[in-house]
Ligand binder design. Structure first.
Ligand code: MN
Length: 426
């Protein structure tokens, strides 16, 4: 089962200068899309602070025999590349690792091509990396579901009876998923407090973030087919950070009986670089013990959780940021393979470029909660910012920054950032 992935070799060094603690050492080789000043939107990878145009490399035959036609890199999204399948993703990533290793002169000494294909990360505009077809958001953190249950239902029985048997989820909306750096206006909508008899219409007063990760599928299935839990990871191209912005006051009034709707689709933010499942292979870990044992189609062998440190910072306008949460992807009760097996168990087909949000990732202690709703406990415990101000929810012109990285044997595989500023209502 375990394969050697050459690009993951801890001892590799690149001829591209890589700052200490960079999220993007040569062992990462994520995939994204950026706007090249001459060629338009192209597929790219990143090492250190250098963005590398894969279209130029492919046109100059540096990616030949990987199974990827140069045209798949001359695209505004990764979908065509992803559709080539896992053996091609792996071959391209291994080739890039080989091209950029410190002792390989083939591209290092090609000054003309380097000038064309290698750009400073701070100078380029990253784009939404995937044409997202369908979007599902799960609800897979035991701590988050428990906290929300205590606050809104019944402190004695916070989990609904299905929660430990089903990876609960809902079908979301993909049109409003945006790339990091996109600002989002505070939404308007209907809200009603318990004291009011009728709802009112106006700006949400409870805009919140949700700390999530999301995986992107790179292999489609046919209607009627199911993905078994053992096959599930072959369908996953990679992961991003995901901020599922939420308007809690709108959510509370609208969500019965069919679940989230307008409270969740006014903007969700992904980090621009998709970190492949291959790059995360060294960071597999055991997830929480599942009790009672799930039904057979959700039972798995081996380690299917990933040890990825997660952080949330809130930056008030004109002020420094404050880290308000530290969590970890391994806290998820239901893992990605279980989520995908469940998503398709009824014969629902999936496509290349679908996005699956983990659900808010809360850890066991208050400082690890993945939303302001929980961190400030429904507004009752305001959070102190380093500039002296307090928050129970997001203020206008606040910026929310998600960060994440895995670290082992001196190698740090990071995700960069998912940043969004909340603008005043439009
Ligand atoms: Mn969510």
């Amino acid at each position: 089962m375990s394969v050697i992935i050459e690009a993951n070799d801890c001892s590799l060094k690149s001829w591209i200068e890589t700052p200490d603690h960079s999220d993007f050492p040569i062992q990462n080789i994520p995939f994204g899309v950026f706007r090249h000043p001459e060629f338009g939107a192209v597929v790219a990878t990143r090492i250190g602070d250098t963005v590398i145009d894969l279209c130029s490399l492919a046109r100059n035959h540096y990616l030949k025999d990987t199974g990827a036609d140069p045209e798949v890199f001359h695209r505004p999204v990764l979908n065509d590349f992803m559709a080539l399948g896992q053996p091609v993703w792996r071959a391209v990533r291994n080739r890039l690792s080989w091209l950029f290793r410190h002792d390989n002169p083939s591209l290092r000494d090609n000054i003309l091509l380097r000038r064309e294909a290698l750009l400073d990360a701070w100078d380029v505009e990253m784009l939404l990396p995937v044409m997202i077809g369908d979007y599902t958001d799960f609800y897979s953190s035991l701590e988050h579901a428990t906290n929300v249950g205590i606050m809104f239902r019944d402190a004695a029985n916070p989990l609904l009876p299905n929660w430990r048997h089903i990876p609960v989820g809902y079908h979301g909306r993909s049109s409003s998923i945006v790339v990091s750096g996109t600002a989002i206006h505070r939404p308007k909508g209907q809200t009603k407090t318990d004291q009011d008899e009728f709802p009112v219409f106006g700006p949400s007063r409870q805009v919140d973030f949700e700390l999530e990760m999301a995986f992107v599928t790179g292999k489609q299935t046919s209607l009627g087919d199911s993905i078994t839990i053992d096959e599930a990871e072959d369908h996953i191209f990679g992961l991003v950070l995901f901020n599922d912005l939420s308007a809690r006051d709108i959510q509370r009034w609208e969500y019965v009986p069919l679940g989230p709707f307008l409270a969740k689709n006014f903007g969700s933010v992904v980090s621009p670089w998709i970190v492949t499942l291959d790059a995360l292979e060294p960071f597999r870990t055991d997830g929480p013990v599942q009790e009672p044992m799930p039904l057979p189609y959700l039972r798995f062998a081996g380690r299917k959780s990933y040890d990825i440190n997660l952080e949330v910072a809130l930056k008030p306008d004109q002020s420094e940021e404050t880290t308000i949460s530290r969590s970890n992807f391994r806290y998820m009760y239901w893992n990605m393979a279980q989520q995908l097996a469940h998503q398709t168990v009824n014969g629902c087909n999936i496509n290349v470029g679908d996005l699956y949000g983990s659900g808010t990732i809360s850890g066991p202690v208050p400082g690890s909660y993945g939303s302001l709703l929980e961190l400030a406990w429904k507004g009752t415990k305001p959070l102190k910012m380093t500039d002296g101000t307090e928050r129970t929810f997001i203020n206008d012109n606040d910026t929310i920054i998600l960060r994440g990285y895995a670290m082992k044997d001196g190698v740090r595989i990071g995700f960069g950032e998912a940043i969004t500023k909340i603008l005043p209502v439009k």
